[in-house]
Design a protein around this ligand. Structure first.
Ligand code: KG4
Ligand code: ZN
Length: 337
């Protein structure tokens, strides 16, 4: 069946048509209208501007998604939309649009958890992947580890107690002069620096916990940058990028390894915007190879927010008969509706 997936939880408006069924997981279109250029002027996402940009783009990208897929609205089997978590004003745009479309065409409507959607992106890149597995979702808003028991059944077993890894990358990226969002730029720059140049604390919390804290490393990096400035000393941005990335990557690998050990899971999924990070991908690949664990990741183009992952997650909710009605609301919180 064809599913329309709609995403508007942060700064990308996206609509996609995905074909899902027995042995079929195929992206027919995946249109992403990024607002990055607008938010870049402010050094971060401005929620009201995001909502307004979603409103402007949502109809156009939906038409485009259907056109590129070569289907009409009436060939859709369902409409799936991100309903939580995210920026509330931004989410409401997608939810309201999806509701109206589903209502007007009498199509089933499915509410999707954005985190589940990031994990579902992996199904599109790995057609044979199926639960159970361990999932690591690392994005601008989340750094969490889940036991994924079935396509729709997630249990969080570890998470960040403060900032997310993506947020931490973006903050330091901005301070050393990278355009927003700094994550992708730091990824490249880190290859030119020395990962041992600057001593920074690990974001992996001590002991048995599977939790992280990224506020310490962020503050330590800021303090280092400020003290260098006060002393009138030049910094080497590549060394900052390399040292910062190295500690973040090591911390994520460490907790992922502990989670694998504890759960005995033999498959690890890495997803979310930060899953595009080449250092993280390589380090997890190495750890998983050593442990005989299968590592599955979406292709880099599917790591960031997109409608295809929402459609894929929506399909599995659809199979469980979990439909939303016209009273569907959005929620900023991870806990849902
Ligand atoms: O999943 P996503 O698109 O949005 C949220 O749900 O938050 O993730 C966006 C985050 C941003 O913080 C961005 O800097 C980060 O993903 N990101 C990266 C890379 N590409 C995107 N972080 C590190 N390395 C990358 N290559
Ligand atoms: Zn996301």
């Amino acid at each position: 069946m064809y599913i329309l997936g709609m995403e508007s939880s942060c700064d990308e408006t996206s609509a996609a048509v995905v074909e899902m069924g027995d042995g079929v997981r195929a992206i027919r279109s995946n249109i992403v209208a990024s607002q990055i250029d607008v938010h870049r002027l402010y050094g971060g996402v401005v929620p009201e501007i995001a909502s307004r940009a979603h409103i402007e783009a949502v109809s156009r990208i939906t038409y485009q998604a259907l056109e590129e897929a070569g289907i009409t609205v009436d060939q859709l089997g369902a409409v799936a939309v991100t309903a939580y978590p995210g920026l509330i004003g931004a989410l409401l745009v997608g939810v309201n649009f999806a509701k109206s479309l589903a209502y007007s065409r009498k199509l089933p409507l499915v509410a999707v958890n954005h985190i589940h959607a990031h994990v579902a992106a992996t199904y599109l890149s790995h057609p044979h992947l199926e639960p159970p597995f361990l999932a690591l979702v690392v994005s601008g808003g989340h750094t969490s580890i889940y036991r994924v028991e079935s396509y729709t059944d997630f249990t969080e077993i570890g998470s960040t107690r403060d900032d997310a890894a993506g947020e931490a990358f973006d903050k330091i990226g901005r301070v050393i002069g990278m355009p927003y969002p700094g994550g992708a730029a730091l990824d490249k720059l880190a290859y030119e620096g020395d990962p041992r140049a600057i001593a920074l604390p690990s974001p992996a919390l001590h002991g048995d916990t599977l939790d992280f804290s990224f506020s310490g490393i962020k503050t330590a990096a800021l303090n280092y940058l400020n003290s260098m400035e006060q002393k009138g000393l030049a910094i080497n941005p590549a060394d900052v990028a390399a040292s910062y990335t190295d500690q973040i990557v090591k911390a994520i690998v460490k907790k992922a390894e502990l989670a694998l050990e504890r759960t005995g899971m033999k498959t690890l999924v890495l997803s979310g915007g930060v899953a595009a990070n080449s250092h993280l991908r390589a380090a997890l690949q190495k750890m998983c190879a050593t442990r005989g664990v299968v590592l599955a990741m979406p292709e880099r183009g599917l790591c960031g927010d997109n409608g295809a992952m929402v459609a894929a997650a929506g399909y599995f909710e659809f199979l469980c008969g979990k439909f939303a009605d016209t009273s569907l609301n959005a929620s900023a919180s991870d806990d849902g509706l």
